[in-house]
Design a protein around this ligand. Structure first.
Ligand SMILES: C[S@@+](CC[C@H](N)C(=O)[O-])C[C@H]1O[C@@H](n2cnc3c(N)ncnc32)[C@H](O)[C@@H]1O
Length: 396
């Protein structure tokens, strides 16, 4: 079945008047995009790109809070927002890569509020590295927040507007691939592959509804290679993220990229029981599966198919250097000793909060197993520190 008409999911917290007014502006923008598009439809990928990134309007491009555990304004939180220990452990892996490549440059994609940089930079400096930290961020609002947060290290940080032609060093992207717009597909009851899109609905709120078209030959060939036809099955494919990783092979001349996100290998991604895919929305710490509501004021995200990312890296001429879950990566890279040092150090007053955050990062029931780390690169010889035990490249 096509997804049902979008309705506000039950149990969502009320939308404050300011957010409602902003969402109205985003809805108007999306309606204009629909009016201007051929046949009055947008593919879901185009619709998601506008809902998240339309300049000054989209969820990531406008000035809403987004990150953080604080209600009533935060929608979700990420590992570096939870504890600086995440960045401090990651620093050990980054330092090893910088040493192997003989460079001092880190390039972080999608740096959010700057939380990861604010823990990575001092941790790398403490390891004796004269760090040069670059950020490539698509949201002007978030770039401004990053500049404010990273003011203490202003000498070491610069923002890039475009991909470098050639890069040597370590690339980091935490929860960036999951925020790239996805293509939605469905095997209809006759076993034909359909691509889902969005059209204006004549009346009602929200003013959008689902529509579908037969998938074009390119999409069919991608999906038919990854799963059998399963009538009624709906899922997504992140062609933009795959293109991004493939492109990495063109400009990452010497070094490695650490791609950290929630997701799984392809077999699990397109498991016959995962009937409605992984697309999720986050609003004020409530998760639901209705992307067409709350336009511009909720996060929309999909899990990452790590097999597709590894294949894209190979197609781009990169090596796959390691793949494991977040818990194993953090334990391998030195979490126990850093935690021990934090517990005996001078600032033990917020230790209960730190311990609870670390528990979330490594617990199998929370982020420890669902989140994975994939390392790809060129000119770097494994084993990398974070994958010394429990490397699961064979599962991809
Ligand atoms: C879920 S947030 C994660 C933020 C941060 N990395 C963290 O862990 O807290 C996604 C981030 O990726 C950025 N982003 C999405 N697509 C991007 C792209 N193609 N290049 C650079 N940044 C991107 C968003 O603007 C946002 O900063």
């Amino acid at each position: 079945m096509m997804p049902a008409s979008p309705l506000l999911p039950a149990g969502l917290p009320p939308v404050d008047p300011q957010s409602a007014a902003h969402s109205q502006l985003v809805e108007n923008h999306l309606l204009e995009c629909l009016t201007a598009s051929p046949q009055g439809r947008l593919s879901f990928e185009e619709w998601m790109a506008q809902a998240l990134y339309a300049p000054g309007l989209g969820y990531y491009a406008a000035g809403n809070t987004k990150f953080g555990a604080d209600l009533p304004t935060g929608d979700f939180t990420t590992a570096p927002e939870m504890t600086p220990l995440f960045g401090q452990v990651l620093a050990r892996q980054v330092a090893q890569i910088l040493k192997m490549t003989g460079t001092n440059t880190v390039l972080e994609f999608g740096a959010g509020t700057g939380a990861l940089a604010a823990s990575l930079i001092p941790a790398l400096q403490e390891l004796g590295i004269d760090i040069r930290y670059q950020i490539l961020e698509v949201s002007a609002d978030l770039s401004a927040r990053q500049a404010e947060r990273l003011a203490p290290w202003a000498q070491s940080v610069e923002w890039l507007d475009t991909l470098p032609d050639a890069f040597e060093g370590c690339v980091v992207a935490n929860e960036v691939l999951d925020a790239m717009p996805v293509t939605l597909f469905r095997w209809n009851e006759a076993g034909h592959l359909m691509e889902l899109g969005v059209q204006a609905r004549p009346e009602g709120s929200p003013p959008f509804e689902w529509e579908e078209q037969p998938a074009n030959a390119d999409l069919r060939s991608v999906i038919e290679n990854r799963m059998p036809a399963l009538p009624g099955y709906r899922s997504e494919v992140n062609l933009q993220a795959e293109a991004w990783v493939r492109q990495l092979g063109g400009w990452l001349k010497n070094g490695a990229a650490l791609l950290i996100d929630y997701g799984f290998p392809q077999r699990e991604y397109y498991h016959p029981q995962r009937l409605t895919g992984t697309l999720m929305c986050h609003f004020r710490h409530h998760s639901h599966d209705q992307p067409l509501v709350l336009a511009g004021i909720q996060d929309i995200t999909a899990h990452v198919d790590f097999t597709a990312m590894a294949d894209a890296a190979l197609e781009g001429g990169l090596d796959v250097l390691g793949y494991t879950n977040q818990a194993r990566f953090l334990l391998n890279a030195g979490l126990p000793s850093l935690l021990q040092a934090a517990m005996t150090g001078p600032q033990t007053s917020n230790m209960p909060a730190q311990l609870s955050a670390v528990q979330k990062l490594v617990s199998e029931a929370e982020m420890g197993e669902l989140f994975k780390v994939l390392a790809v690169g060129r000119g770097v010889e494994p084993p990398l520190l974070g994958f010394i035990q429990g490397d699961r490249r064979g599962a991809l």
